[in-house]
Design a protein around this ligand. Sequence first.
Ligand code: ATR
Length: 275
Amino acid sequence: MAQLTGLLGYPVHHSVSPQMQNAAFNEQGLSFEYEKFNVPPEQLQQAVEALKTFHYKGCNVTIPHKTAVMPFLDEISEEARRIGAVNTIVNENGVLVGYNTDGAGFVKGVERLMNRRISSQDTILVIGAGGASRAICYALANKNPKVVAIANRTEAKATQIANDCLRESDVVLSLQQAEEQLASFGIVINTTSMGMNEDDPLPLSLTHLNEGTYVIDIIYNPFQTKWLTLAKEKGAIIDNGVAMLVFQGALAFTKWTGKEPNVSLMEQIVVKSVG
Ligand code: ATR
């Protein structure tokens, strides 16, 4: 009988994770299946209990359940606890363990883009202070770059993330300071939703952007935001959110199966669906 996995979210109809994961399972001849489950908030606890009842190997968790799911799990990894959100559950012999692979998945994408590891030379600016930013900040700080700076419209939310997920030496900037100091960062990341809609303002002005800066937008629909297009015109090396989606999925795949998936295949499927 196939080992079962899936996605708990609300809504989930738009998700490409089933195609991405099922293709990766099939390619390796693994007897695993991935389904999506549209779970309204009031049914979340029941859905989590069903994972045990039906011997699921695990599942992914997405909006709006990433934080709400935590009290229903038996154990939470240190990473997920610090991030304050779970995106991957593993059923470890009847014990449901919550992990977060979003931040580590993001870092893998950046390291592929740069063709090297994040190192103590790197200066990184993160724009935004929502859930995605928390996971990304935690994972970046863990790589010990020279500095992570976080800037957000609501500065108090950036300060909270700095306190919870960054190091003492990292900094909180106003958006204006971030714009003025842009040339001092080698890696600039948009984690806000600014760019999802055609008429959104830019998440940050790129007036002071240096050529050769790595500029990453975690949005993948649209495939290339106006902000990324502008960054490219200014000589930046750009990437969208596909890599984060693929690598967070690849890390979850490994937790369930113990194997490394074919990341190129997963990426092809995502690009075909959203690109
Ligand atoms: P997610 O969990 O997906 O990261 P979120 O929690 O909704 O998303 O966070 C959205 C981010 O986009 C926040 O940083 C938010 O800024 P605030 O904390 O000030 O709300 C940012 N954002 C949303 N709309 C914005 C706007 N019009 N201008 C600037 N930032 C905006």
